[in-house]
Design a binder for this molecule. Structure first.
Ligand SMILES: [Zn+2]
Length: 453
């Protein structure tokens, strides 16, 4: 008898709790879907500030602007963290053409971030096409020396998750130049990381390996890569010309921007929600990652507007320099360690502001299982993919401290249409989808805060 009473009490308590949670989550969605301000903030960031590559004026303006937005929302503490960042500049617009006999056909390229310039007169050489580093190695110095290597392995269009397709192709962009230089190449041209067939080069970061000569490298549009490949089959002796004037300037001072609301019961337990404020120089950086930044600010704005007083400390972080250095994310984790801060969870939104699907996590089984129990509450909002996955680049360094890393996971089908290309503008972002993402993150923050990990 006694047992039954206890059981009944327990059941009604947990049902009550679940009820109240679902009501609060409903309110969070209502607030953001009807009064959300993320799109307004994104509009300013995209249209009034625009490109925000590390070290640029745009990046500095974005720091001041997002700080001001957070202050105006009345977040309890808004502060900057100093961080030195790489300062790479593109210089003049690149030119490139394919030359066969008397014919010259211009093709769109964009220098890869971190690349050196070509000589002022440009580089003209024969081209050798490869699909991967194994093919390059098999060709060896004899076939590669003095040539421009075309890395032309497309993103695999058959992958359902486009991030997997990206992951399967992006080593050409990151390491292609140094791989090619090992065999004496004079330049590296890399097929753009997109499944679209279009004329926009998609830039992105690259790194030179130590002990290998540095050669200039650029992304070519997918149409350009297809044309060059086709023409090479007809005339393997054709020449490719490219010219770029990018350079790496000395490191520049910059900042992460942090806003927080202190917890009422466990202020020492911190939950981070963030995105990266820097963006490539070719576009407005609306999807990558203006969306993640404004969604993160919106999380705290909405919780505050609803009068939800978190038990734990909630922090919004605009990380600097994800694109070409990750200095901001690294600095944030270093400071957290120095200051003995305990971060129980960190959520990053850096996969675009598209329709939410769920969250991917990096952590222990015990940590992850504490979040998967929220599936029944969140699936009503189409958040159905909640489980092990990938967190995010900026929050990655916090993983060493045992923080549960959570990556917000939107639909991935269109992200690489815009990624690192001039098409990544405000117009690429749908306001409702953006708000749904912010609401998803706010709902999860609410649950993580209430129940801990
Ligand atoms: Zn990004």
């Amino acid at each position: 008898m006694k047992k039954i009473v206890v059981l009944l009490l327990f059941c009604s308590f947990s049902a009550f709790s679940q009820d109240s949670d679902s009501l609060v989550i409903r309110k969070i969605y209502n607030e953001i879907l009807s009064k959300g301000e993320a799109y307004k903030t994104l509009t300013y960031l995209s249209k009034k500030i625009g490109p925000r590559l590390s070290g640029s004026d745009g990046a500095a303006k974005a720091v001041q602007y997002t700080k001001k937005v957070m202050e105006e929302y009345g977040f309890e503490r808004v502060f900057l963290q100093d961080v030195m960042v790489p300062h790479w500049v593109r210089g003049q617009k690149e030119t490139a053409f394919i030359e066969t006999g008397k014919q010259k056909i211009n093709v769109p390229i964009a220098a890869l971030g971190g690349s050196i310039a070509t000589p002022i007169a440009g580089i003209k050489a024969e081209v050798i096409e490869v699909k991967n580093f194994e093919e390059l190695e098999a060709l060896g110095t004899e076939k590669v020396k003095g040539k421009i290597v075309l890395f032309n392995r497309p993103m695999d269009a058959t992958k359902i998750n486009t991030f997997e397709a990206y992951g399967g192709a992006v080593n050409q962009r990151g390491n292609g130049a140094s791989q090619a230089a090992k065999y004496g190449a004079v330049g590296a041209i890399v097929r753009s990381m997109t499944t679209l067939q279009d004329d926009n080069p998609h830039t992105g970061g690259m790194r030179y390996a130590t002990g290998v000569p540095m050669i200039p490298t650029a992304a070519i549009s997918t149409n350009g890569a297809n044309l060059l490949s086709k023409m090479l089959k007809e005339n393997p002796k054709l020449k490719f010309y490219f010219k770029q004037s990018c350079e790496s300037l000395p490191d520049a001072p910059s900042h992460n921007v942090v806003g927080e609301i202190k917890g009422t019961e466990k202020p020492d337990e911190i939950i981070v929600v963030g995105g990266h404020l820097d963006s490539w120089d070719l576009a407005e950086g609306a999807q990558d990652d203006g969306a993640g930044c404004v969604q993160s600010i919106e999380v705290l704005r909405a919780l505050k507007a609803l009068g939800i007083k978190p038990k734990r400390t909630i922090r919004v972080v605009m990380f600097m320099n994800e694109e070409n250095g990750l200095r901001g994310g690294t600095k944030y984790a270093d400071l957290a360690k120095q200051n003995n801060e305990k971060h129980i969870a960190a959520i990053e939104s850096d996969n675009g502001g598209f329709t939410p699907r769920g969250f991917g996590m990096v952590g222990t089984d015990a940590q992850i299982s504490k979040v998967t129990v929220y599936k029944n509450l969140l699936s009503a909002y189409d958040l159905k993919e909640i489980g092990r996955g990938s967190g995010g680049a900026d929050i990655g360094p916090l993983g060493q401290q045992g923080t549960l890393l959570i990556g917000f996971k939107p639909d991935s089908q269109r992200y690489f249409d815009f990624h690192h290309a001039k098409t990544d503008t405000l117009e690429a972002v749908n306001e409702r989808e953006l708000n749904l993402g912010a609401a998803s993150m706010a709902a999860l923050v609410y649950l993580l805060d209430k129940y801990g990990l």
